[in-house]
Design a protein. Structure first.
Length: 312
């Protein structure tokens, strides 16, 4: 009934307090001890070739299906840039469950983690978004939903995801705000959503992502805040990644510098903690090669077609 979707670029050593662990194999082991068993795990792995044999061996030992796949080839994944929307859409293109639950590669899961999402969906028809109480290393790292609590991982019906044609891949190339856009579009599609507290969940301290999968040697190549603002005024807020949405004006509004921000201002991205990264970098005086390539290769994808190619 449930497809757990794990997108990862984290390698062995990615967990600060347990550097000997492979985060993906650790998640597989935790899921094997869950109270609820009607699920599959879809792993979209930026280190797929490096980890393929280990995951295949782990899959033979557990009682649930594991699909371990590389991310789709796009401009951003080929250039080792942040591409979370591409990763998530790749996972959706392989999912079989009627409910998809986003999972992370740096957490400790209570045994009722999957059960909570299953109950909310099966009994109440609710696509739950998880919250947990902050404190210590679990300081607020996401949107605060209640006093002392932070926003965690969300679920959504597969049917709705296909109706929306997935996450908007205009957000790829830089980091952030695709989740805010996704929840807004689900809301506009009238998908019932609710915040649910999950006791016993812990976010584990991390040391960062693998440079084999993500190259942070250049500044971000476009502004996600601009992408989010642009999504508000596009002709269709429902379906993403449509060819007719990508006019030259739309594309150029995504590559920065952010027309919504004055020099020295702070934007909503990163929760207002940092000045705009784009204003600080010299590339705002001229497009870097990747942004020029982005203008020539707009993010167009058809999730239903991808699923047919995957035999689903």
């Amino acid at each position: 009934m449930i497809s757990l979707l794990l997108c990862t670029v984290r390698d062995v050593g990615g967990l600060r307090d347990e550097p000997e662990k492979d985060p993906v194999l650790d998640i597989v082991e935790q899921l094997a001890g869950q109270n609820y068993h009607d699920f599959e795990l879809v792993v979209v792995d930026g280190l797929h070739a490096k980890r393929e044999a280990k995951v295949a061996e782990a899959a033979r030992k557990v009682g649930f299906r594991i699909r371990h796949v590389p991310p789709r080839s796009t401009l951003w994944t080929r250039n080792k840039k942040v591409a979370i929307s591409t990763y998530r859409n790749t996972g959706i293109s392989w999912a079989r469950g009627e409910l998809v639950v986003n999972l992370d590669d740096c957490c400790a899961l209570p045994k009722n983690f999957v059960e909570l999402f299953a109950l909310a969906w099966k009994k109440y028809g609710i696509a739950a978004a998880m919250t947990w109480r902050s404190g210590g290393d679990n300081r607020p790292l996401g949107r605060v939903t209640l006093a002392g609590m932070v926003y965690g991982y969300s679920s959504f019906p597969l049917e709705a995801a296909l109706g929306l044609n997935g996450y908007d891949e205009a957000f790829d190339g830089a980091q952030g705000l695709e989740d805010m856009d996704w929840s807004t579009r689900l809301f506009n599609l009238r998908v019932p959503q609710a915040m649910v507290e999950l006791g016993g969940f812990r976010l584990l301290p991390q040391t960062g992502h693998s440079p084999e999968a993500i190259d942070r040697g250049e500044p971000f190549v476009k502004c996600c805040n601009a992408a989010w603002q642009t999504q508000r005024v596009r002709r269709s807020i429902a379906r993403a990644n449509k060819p007719e949405d990508w006019t030259p004006e739309t594309l150029r509004s995504l590559v920065g510098p952010c027309q919504f921000l004055a020099p020295g201002d702070r934007c909503a991205h990163h929760h207002g903690q940092n000045p705009c990264a784009f204003i600080e970098h010299p590339w705002v005086r001229g497009l870097v090669p990747l942004t020029e390539a982005f203008l020539k290769e707009p993010p167009v994808v058809n999730l239903q077609q991808l699923r047919r190619e995957n035999g689903l």
